[in-house]
Design a protein around this ligand. Structure first.
Ligand SMILES: Nc1ncnc2c1ncn2[C@@H]1O[C@H](COP(=O)(O)OP(=O)(O)O)[C@@H](O)[C@H]1O
Ligand SMILES: [Mg+2]
Length: 245
């Protein structure tokens, strides 16, 4: 079957979010979020500041209660489960602030991420060191002393080692130099070989270069979706929702 590419609509979704609604205190933040993340894709969630992207990821991870709708991971309903159980199902989460323990070294952080040591975890660690050679180079360095880009790499590697098929990554390019953004883009693209990725990004250059499929959020709703290639040509949508002209 070489050269045959399965059309995206025939690939089963790893993650399915259906009409998700979430309140934070009395505020109705998510008001109907629906999207699929298909196996082996990088699916990008776009949207302006305050659109609800981070809240969507945090709701999937069980940090906020769901007031309506569903989250389905690998055919199993996970909406409403506590965070530790959702993490245990194998969803890896890289938060916006990375959540790195600054006093631990890179090595300690990654060995701790392995928790139970087995062949599979060992292979995952080895692969991350291949994809992010800086982590190997700075193995003994305290995480707090790493550059912003290196911290991001560490956070992604840690989440991947603990995951089992899906990574949620929140704005990895934020605050990074264009050179580092390029480096990170290459690495995330390589990771697609072994993991499905839901990527929140405001950096259109980065996301459009590595994403397969996109959804746009606005005011707590998903308002537009399609293939990334099509979005690049859709000047009106780019201008209206993403401020790209
Ligand atoms: N803890 C909170 N309490 C009250 N409002 C919040 C809280 N967290 C987020 N919000 C509000 O929810 C909306 C969506 O925020 P967020 O999900 O962080 O957006 P994005 O990640 O797309 O920038 C914003 O209007 C924000 O002010
Ligand atoms: Mg955010």
């Amino acid at each position: 079957m070489s050269g045959y590419k399965v059309p995206i609509w025939e690939v089963s979704p790893v993650l399915k979010v259906k009409n998700l609604e979430t309140y934070i205190e009395q505020f109705h933040i998510l008001q109907g979020i629906s999207f699929d993340v298909k196996q082996g894709t990088i699916t990008v969630l776009f949207g302006r500041n305050g659109a609800g992207k981070t809240t969507t990821l945090r709701t999937i991870m069980g940090f906020y209660p769901i007031s309506d709708g569903n989250v389905i991971y690998k055919s199993e309903q996970i909406g409403g489960l506590p965070t530790y159980l959702i993490a245990r199902k194998g969803i890896g989460y890289v938060p916006e602030d990375q959540g790195i323990f600054h006093h631990l070294t890179v090595g300690e952080t990654l060995l701790l991420a392995q928790r139970t040591k087995n062949e599979e975890k060992h292979e995952k660690l080895e692969w991350m060191l291949e994809i992010f050679p800086d982590l190997k180079k700075y193995w003994q360095k305290r995480s707090g002393l790493l550059s912003g880009g290196q911290k991001q790499m560490l956070a992604i590697a840690r989440a991947y080692i603990n995951s089992n098929g899906l990574l949620l990554i929140d704005e990895p390019s934020k605050g990074l130099s264009p050179l580092m953004v390029g480096k990170l883009m290459d690495s995330i693209l390589q990771m697609k070989e072994k993991s499905t990725i839901l990527l929140v990004e405001q950096n259109f250059f980065m996301a459009s270069n590595i994403g397969d499929y996109f959804y746009i959020m606005d005011d707590g709703k998903t308002v537009h979706d399609g293939y990334m290639n099509e979005l690049k040509e859709d000047k009106e949508t780019l201008k209206k929702y993403l401020g790209v002209s």
